[in-house]
Structure formats: C-alpha cells, structure tokens
Design a protein around this ligand. Structure first.
Ligand code: MG
Length: 212
C-alpha cells in the first residue's frame, strides 16, 4: 500500500498572499500613489480577511481577486534563500515509489479552475489527476484520508483524517489561521522548504521502519 501524502496549495506550495497583494496593488494603483489607501505589506497580514494591511478590503473584492486570472500571473512557489523550492520538493517526492502525492486545495470554482491550469503549466511532471479541487472556502478537509497533510491552516489540519498533521508556516509567525496549531505539540511544524523536505523524509522513514 502506498503512503498517501496530501499537500495544500495556498501558502503551502505557493505564495498566494503575496500574489494577492500584488494583484490588489495593480487594481488600486491610483489610490495607493495618491495616498488614499494605506500601502499593504504582504508579510504583515495575519488576519484571514487581510484587514490588518488592507482595512478597506471587502469580502466581495477578496473573493474576486482570488478568482482572478491576474493573481495567477503573480503566483510563485515558496523557496528558501539557497534557492530550493516547493516545486523541487514535489519533484523529489514523486521519485519515491511508495508515496502517492496529492495536491488538495480549497477555493471557489474560478479559483480552482485557475489552480488546475497553474499546476498543469508549472508542474508538468505532476499528474493532474492527483490534483484534488475542493469547492468552498470553509476550512475543512475531513474527506482526506491518508498518512499526512501539509497545510498552513489549522482548520484543515484538525479536520483531516491523517496520521501526521504538518503545519507549514514560512513566516514563522502566529497568524489567525495557525495560532492554535503553533502551540499544539501534536502538530509537526515546518518553517522552511528544507524543514518540509526533512520532516517528510523522517516521517516516511519511520513509517517504513514500522511496516517492514
Ligand atoms: Mg493554504
């Protein structure tokens, strides 16, 4: 039996908040230049509604930007200072014969459509059949059953039916969506791509030693 590993997309594989802020800045260039809106810093965001950096952002615009193709023009994979990226991590993981790699992402229909397209283009070595689009924005991944889930969102981690819950937090900071998990000793935590690679390797080695 293969070990099933689920990997989230936004803020786990990709710098989605950064891409969001770039898209927002394009849409509001005039107001930002004129000082009519505060200039948002993506690293400063720690509320799910992003009002800490964009106080006038409405839920409608938040959803519209996530559903916009322009966001995906700005989207990049997370990387470490030495250049190793989450794309490299996926490529390495696919080389393991006993692992079944799935990308499981939540979003509205348009957002999931563009994610599908992004994965096909940017991860050509990843079989698109292993992308699990999950409709809706409620943070619940209870339908996922397997060995582990890597996710930045504690709601997803707690709801998933997995043996190992791995919190991915490249900022290293507490956010509205991870603060409980950050204090939870039962949750594995990764703060860099290198951390992700090593943690997954260790957990897989442990599983293999138990089974054999
Ligand atoms: Mg996420």
């Amino acid at each position: 039996m293969k070990h099933k590993i689920f990997i989230d997309m936004d803020e786990t594989l990709t710098k989605s908040i950064c891409a969001f802020v770039e898209t927002y800045k394009e849409a509001h260039r005039y107001e930002l230049e004129e000082g009519l809106l505060p200039y948002p810093i993506w690293e400063g965001i720690s509320l799910w509604n992003m009002k800490d950096e964009m106080p006038f952002l409405k839920l409608k615009e938040l959803n519209d930007i996530f559903d916009s193709p322009r966001l995906f023009d700005h989207l990049a994979f997370y990387s470490d200072t030495n250049g190793v990226t989450m794309k490299d991590f996926i490529r390495e993981l696919l080389d393991e014969n006993d692992v079944d790699v799935k990308i499981a992402s939540k979003g509205n229909m348009q957002n999931l459509y563009y994610k599908h397209k992004f994965i096909k283009q940017k991860l050509p070595f990843f079989s698109i059949d292993n992308f699990i689009p999950m409709m809706g924005t409620k943070m619940d991944k209870s339908e996922l059953e397997g060995l582990m889930l890597l996710d930045d969102n504690q709601g997803n981690l707690y709801s998933a039916n997995v043996k190992y819950r791995v919190l991915v937090n490249f900022s290293g900071k507490k956010k509205e969506w991870n603060s409980k998990a950050m204090d939870d000793p039962t949750i594995y935590k990764c703060f860099s791509v290198n951390d992700v690679i090593n943690t997954v390797k260790e957990l897989l080695d442990f599983e293999r030693s138990v089974v054999s």
